[in-house]
Design a protein around this ligand. Sequence first.
Ligand code: BEZ
Ligand code: FE
Length: 286
Amino acid sequence: MQLVTEDNITDLAVERWATAEDPRLAELMTALVRHVHDFAREVRLTEAEWMAAMRWLTTAGQISNEKREEFILASDVLGLSMLVVQMNHRFDPAATPATVLGPFHIEGSPQLGYGEDMSEGLTGTPLYLHGTVRDLAGQPVPGGVLDVWQADAEGLYESQHSDIDEARLRAKYTTREDGGYCVRTIAPFGYTIPMDGPVGDLIGRTAISHFRPAHIHFLINVPGYEPLITHLFQEGAEYLDSDVVFGTKQELVVRFDEREPGPTPDGGTADVPWLEARYDFVLQPR
Ligand code: BEZ
Ligand code: FE
């Protein structure tokens, strides 16, 4: 019989988990065992602390459902999601960088035409966000689909409103022959991540800001190119330097210029003041 001691338990557990049939699973699990054991040793984890951690995980599971992903949120605020994004999307420096997907993307957003309004029926300052989608050589990418989504003026996505079932503030725009796209929406605001769960409880015991700067999400999936999941952030927005999910990058910060009523980039006319932002997305070939 092998006697278990404080000194040999890590080796014994690693040996066991090394038996996983899939070699990658064996690599992941043995490294995980080594690192969590090292963590427990380093902080001299007490039983009360360990139990509090188990209860925290249970609560995170209980609050999660098809509309709420507390574990993803935990990964986001720990910086783990963004680390995984950066390691797995090492694009050419000239390509548009990737950021976190976040928990609020959904499939099946409505298809809209060039400059059609994805904020129909909602009040806010009109925003025209337009530019091109190009490759690294500067060639336009026609027929590319931009899946776009953003939070409303209360800083909430529709899944966070119990009384809203239909898609809101999200749409798919297809690039024209010249690679051009034009999104018509309302200006986004910074917002707080959900603070009513175990992630919020932990953050509330720190000096961490629980806000994200004003942004619009994009998912651009074009055959022959790396799928691009990213956001654009408003220049000068609050929280750019303290984004709670570490998602901001200088290359993704764009100017929102104030415009007087008059012609808009889609060929129409605005009868109220509006905002214009320009951004050219550059895709990384596969
Ligand atoms: C978002 O921007 O939608 C988001 C990203 C990570 C956590 C919470 C929200
Ligand atoms: Fe968001």
